[in-house]
Design a protein around this ligand. Structure first.
Ligand code: NAD
Length: 316
């Protein structure tokens, strides 16, 4: 598995990153044994980057990931863990007091002494000025205390990243995690990459399968896309299936092909998904993409290209 540098952090993260939200049964129920086996298989196949949050399954994802990493019995420096703060099943709270308590809870859930990255989780749901003036300074203190190594921000609207990054001194925020903006139906993150590079910020993209839109089982009930987007993606899935092709492979390879993006986080909850997704990367390296099917799928998705959905409170 290729390791890619993450901005100016000095970290090298696997191109395929392990999205651990399925470990908290965020999509469908995942048994603990299957979840642990998936993490072990991922590590065995060269995935060193694991992403979770206290929000996923109300801390279940963190706890299961922690158990799986501990039972790997490898040195702590062999894997990179990102978790998040500010978003919980009870709601949002990015106050300094809450994020301080949050990291203590996360470290206990994960059975770790530190996390490599602590992200502010979905900042568009909070006052961005409070994130800049209160949350980030609290995270900088946690960094000084050695509880976190690097600071990140996550969210859906891309303009929230620029708003925050332009208001903090260079080198304060090390990483951004964007989701659903670098997949076959929506590649708007691409326009932001030069700006992020110029700031030395590491770029992680998540949800290459557009949170289940590009799977044969289809998206979960809570998926926020419009019926128009959902039906176009469904047509793309059906097209691939009719040709005997896997849409999951095509969609994942689309995101992985851009080496400016350090890691593509794909949610996985079983050994077979891990194996399939690692194989998709290996095949991309050796054979390249199936350009013919990609063009056909892009044509099907053209009417909804780069359409997204509203998220968070309105920031003018
Ligand atoms: P995704 O697009 O990666 O899709 C995940 C879904 O696809 C799951 O149901 C999974 O079981 C299924 N899947 C994975 N591989 C498959 C395969 N080969 N065949 C069939 N189905 C397959 O969406 P995601 O899980 O939401 O995103 C990936 C990760 O990124 C998350 O787990 C999370 O860690 C992170 N993320 C973070 C944010 C944020 O911070 N705001 C938002 C979205 C995602």
């Amino acid at each position: 598995m290729e390791l890619r540098p993450l901005g100016n952090t000095g970290l090298k993260v696997s191109a395929v990153g392990f999205g651990a939200s399925p470990l908290g049964s965020h999509y469908t129920p995942v048994a603990e044994d299957d979840a642990i086996a998936a993490v072990h298989e991922a590590f065995r196949l060269g995935i060193n980057f694991f992403d979770t949050s206290p929000y996923y399954g109300g801390t279940v994802s963190e706890k299961v990931l922690g158990k799986a990493l501990k039972t790997l019995q490898v040195p702590r420096s062999d894997f990179i863990v990102a978790t998040k703060c500010g978003r919980y099943v009870e709601g949002f709270d990015f106050s300094a007091e809450r994020v301080r308590k949050s990291i203590e809870e996360s470290l206990e859930n994960l059975q770790l002494d530190y996390v490599d990255i602590l992200h502010c989780h979905d900042i568009e749901f909070w006052s961005l000025d409070q994130i800049v003036n209160e949350t980030i300074p609290a995270l900088l203190k946690l960094k000084q205390e050695g509880k976190i190594r690097f600071i990140g921000i996550t969210g859906l609207p891309l303009n929230t990243f620029t708003y925050v990054l332009d208001k903090v001194p260079p080198g304060t925020i090390h990483v951004i995690l964007s989701y659903c903006h670098y997949s076959i139906n929506d590649s708007t993150l691409l326009d932001m990459v030069p700006y992020l590079k110029s700031k030395g910020v590491g770029v992680i993209t998540a949800s290459p399968l557009s949170m289940g839109l590009f799977t044969e089982q289809g998206p979960p009930e809570w998926h926020p896309a419009s019926p128009e987007i959902k039906s176009a993606c469904k047509a793309a899935v059906a097209h691939c299936k009719s040709k005997g092709k896997k849409i999951t492979k095509l969609a994942l390879q689309y995101s992985l092909a851009n080496k400016e993006i350090s890691s593509v986080l794909v949610g996985m909850g079983s050994v077979s998904e891990v194996e399939e997704n690692v194989a998709a990367f290996t095949e991309l390296e050796s054979l390249g993409m199936d350009q013919e099917t990609l063009s056909e799928v892009e044509a099907i998705l053209e009417p909804v290209k780069n359409l997204t959905w509203p998220s968070g409170i309105n920031h003018k």
